[in-house]
Design a protein around this ligand. Sequence first.
Ligand code: GDP
Ligand code: IMO
Ligand code: MG
Length: 428
Amino acid sequence: MSTLAVVGAQWGDEGKGKVVDVIAAEADLVARYAGGNNAGHTLVVEGKKIVTHLVPSGCTYPGTRCLLGAGMVIDPEVFKEEIAEIRGQGLLQGDELRVSLDAHVIFPFHRELDGLREDASAAQTIGTTRRGIGPAYEAKVARRGIRVRDLLSPARLRERLEHNKRALEPEFARLGRDREIDVDALCAQAASWAAWMGPMACDASAEVLDFVAAGKRVLFEGAQGALLDVDHGTYPYVTSSSTIAGGVCTGLGIGPTLVDGVWGITKAYTTRVGAGPFPTKLEGEAGDRLRDAGGEYGATTGRPRDCGWLDLPALRLAARRNGLTGLVVTKLDVLACLPKIEICTRYADDLDPGRDGFDEAAPVYEAVGDWAGGPEWGERVSKARRPDELPAPVRRYLDRIEEATGVPITMISVGADREQTIRLSDAF
Ligand code: GDP
Ligand code: IMO
Ligand code: MG
């Protein structure tokens, strides 16, 4: 195998950044294919924390090419700041970064629109990250989006900005914004973006094909998670892009025959941030305990994440819709800290989330037998580097996940640090 996709198998924040950072040690190219700076991926290398939003999580390895694909939406202001921050940590010192000419650009008015809409629609709120992601994807599908290549062509850029101004100002006026979209100012701002982004701009599809043709290893990095996918998630409480493995092909402009394997990342429990169905969500103290143990606060917005037990029907759906060939279970150390745990094995009335959706899903739980978690177990799990170093009930819990999903567990994460990893299969 020379390529591997790593995707979120829940509602995001599964630990993709950590897992990509571990596997990227063996990759020559790490390519993001969807989403934007709604993503927040945390890597911990020798105790040092690095948070990426747009830059692929392969950025800690000097010389490893990091590519932002056409399926992404890029806020140049955020991108610039993020690059500076990462460079400040002594990384990305060469010319590792490349950006697709066809990636779409988030302008300040997309961000504003995202926020104004969220504020205006209290009853219907999605709980977005307010980063302008939805409005930028909406412009793309409406065929008035502005791509990186348009930044490099001032006349075309002005024309497209005028088009967006005409399309959006009525809504802005309705939402109470008292300023017009200033096309001149945006053109000037975009010229400064073009000056530093231009040299990174490329045909991302050709870039991937070149690496594969040269026998190099390519890692496709997912953002968000399967249940936030615009087609296959808990619609309309989703993000606006194709987060599942299929998005690798559309987002990078390559065929499905180039994806050799797909690993889905799942926490040992479940979290979600933002609105929408979450069948196994724990209310009150139980949820608070899980949140505290796992430090479940958003890497992008700092919002507290809702927490609950592992949801096997949802995970099975994610396994199917991604064609998973491997499963990575993260935050096992966090679960091991809890004295008693449960697992959702099915929904009442044999409701199937693929057919019936999630709105009526009533989880049926089973207690996990012989579980005697606590700080000692947490410590033991976080120090394990081989499966036989895990307490037997923890191993049985993992077996159960494998059995229920029909997907082999290929990696286990027992702590945030790169080193706190149990590897069971080769990535490439
Ligand atoms: P991503 O969006 O999927 O990359 O995940 P985030 O980075 O948003 O959230 C995952 C959080 O859990 C981060 O703070 C990670 O540092 C942390 N993390 C990842 N794997 C583990 C693990 O196995 N154990 C613990 N305790 N923390 C982990
Ligand atoms: P990573 O890559 C968790 C959620 C938001 C909201 C919905 C739509 O770190 O796993 P958007 O701003 O995309 O229009 O918001 O999607 N969401 C995420 N939740 N992790 C993410 O990314 C997310 N990206 C978006 O909370 O519910
Ligand atoms: Mg995240």
